[in-house]
Design a protein around this ligand. Structure first.
Ligand code: SAH
Length: 406
């Protein structure tokens, strides 16, 4: 079969979708992303399609199809199971010379939707002459190749900075966008907690600045990092500033954004999977749970609770029922736990420490608020680790905990 491949400009053009079920739902995002003016004709809609209607993103005729629905459409998508009903749409479309895609019967269609993969500005569409599976397999191979290849053919992102969260440690937990930008970097400035495997993938010509190795105290080091980022970007490089977890969760990302802004360097932020949620999750601790915790609070334990420098209201935290997640809190854990108990939180509250969450070295210690500091010291728990306090610590014990066998 000889098909003629085309790419359609649907912006502002009417597209008729007949059917409101799973297939129509799956087709909708690409049509809307193309800017099509979508009319759906169907007696019923899935909740996802209802949500589009409520948001004013498509219009809905709550009834069965009539041939005049095709009038004025540039394209028709048939997404109904009933072959007789689908054929009726095909006939109406054919009479009006409108191309018609059929989810139920490709042979009866006048247009086919290809298997698609999108990478930034490039869309790859794979069509076939009947073997859909093969087209999808080819598409998947192209997608994988585009994902892996150093993306040199892009418009260069010269003179810009991307602040990218690398996730908690497992190299697979960086975002797709973060990884794509990393593959395009000329300079990478990486923190200590960034997964090493991500840096291993960089092209040999990429300049890697290890921010952990910058000497001096923390504040001078931060100024030096800001200076390096700005200087390299000004010299025309695309700089990826890679930071553990999420850049804005105790990551000093905000200071780097300010430094770039002051220097007139454009900066883009790519959020990351933060260890404050991910490390508990991977230890089987949901930070919220219905009927258990309706809040979670993330605090830094870097400054001891009794220090004049502390900005944390530990008394208020002790009065919360919900989940408390403490980052950078291992060293001060004895004082933090004691303060929470002194301010009223029960020493029997379940507590856990998760060391190096999401990595091969992950360790989990379960205890109570009263005993967690001693238990962590005894077990030799090391940073990086998060401390979780609250009833959620025990919530998934049933079922996955080893102690429940009897
Ligand atoms: N921006 C990071 C946090 C930086 S502060 C984020 O969003 O995750 C550094 C602290 O994060 C560590 O002291 C530790 O408390 C925590 N942390 C980072 N990675 C961790 C991991 N894999 N497991 C447990 N805690 C981690």
């Amino acid at each position: 079969m000889n098909l003629y491949p085309l790419a359609l400009k649907l912006a502002g053009r009417r597209v008729l979708v007949v059917g409101g079920g799973a297939v129509a739902t799956r087709r909708m995002p690409a049509l809307l992303a193309a800017g099509a003016r979508v009319d759906v004709v169907s007696p019923v809609l899935t909740p996802a399609l209802h949500a589009y209607v409520a948001a004013g993103r498509l219009t809905w005729q709550e009834r069965r199809f009539v041939p005049s629905d095709v009038d004025g459409a540039w394209l028709v998508q048939v997404a109904v199971d009933d072959p007789t009903a689908a054929a009726e749409v095909s006939v109406a479309a054919e009479e009006r010379r409108v191309f018609c895609v059929r989810a139920d019967d490709r042979d009866a269609a006048t247009a086919w939707t290809p298997a698609v993969t999108r990478h930034d500005e490039v869309t790859v569409a794979v069509t076939d002459s009947g073997d859909r599976k093969r087209a999808r397999a080819v598409r998947d191979q192209i997608a994988a190749a585009l994902e892996e290849a150093p993306q040199r053919r892009h418009e260069p992102l010269r003179g810009q900075v991307a602040l990218v969260g690398s996730g908690p440690g497992d190299p697979e937990l960086i975002t797709v966008k973060g990884r794509r930008l990393l593959a395009r970097a000329d300079v990478v400035v990486a923190d200590r907690l960034v997964p090493g495997m991500l840096l291993d993938e960089l092209r040999p010509d990429v300049e890697l600045v290890d921010a952990a190795k910058i000497p001096y105290g923390a504040s001078v080091a931060q100024e030096e990092i800001n200076r390096v980022i700005v200087e390299r970007a000004r010299a025309g490089a695309f700089v990826v500033r890679l930071k553990g977890g999420d850049p804005f969760v105790f990551g000093r990302g905000g200071e780097e954004v300010v430094a770039c802004a002051e220097a007139g360097v454009p900066v883009l932020v790519v959020p990351g999977v933060t260890s404050s949620i991910a490390a508990p999750a991977l230890a089987g601790i949901p930070v919220t749970h219905r009927g258990v915790a309706h809040e979670f609070t993330v605090v830094s334990g870097h400054v001891p609770p009794d220090s004049v420098e502390s900005l944390v209201d530990w008394g208020a935290l002790a009065r919360l029922r919900g989940t408390l997640v403490v980052l950078m809190g291992l060293k001060n854990l004895p004082r933090i736990a004691a303060r929470l108990v002194a301010e009223g939180r029960s020493p029997r509250t379940p507590a856990a420490v998760v060391q190096e969450g999401s990595t091969d070295a992950q360790r989990v210690l379960r205890s109570t608020l009263g005993e967690v500091a001693g238990a962590a010291a005894e077990a030799g728990i090391r940073p990086p680790a998060v401390v979780v306090v609250g009833d959620v610590v025990a919530v998934l014990d049933r079922g996955i905990g080893p102690g429940e066998a009897g």
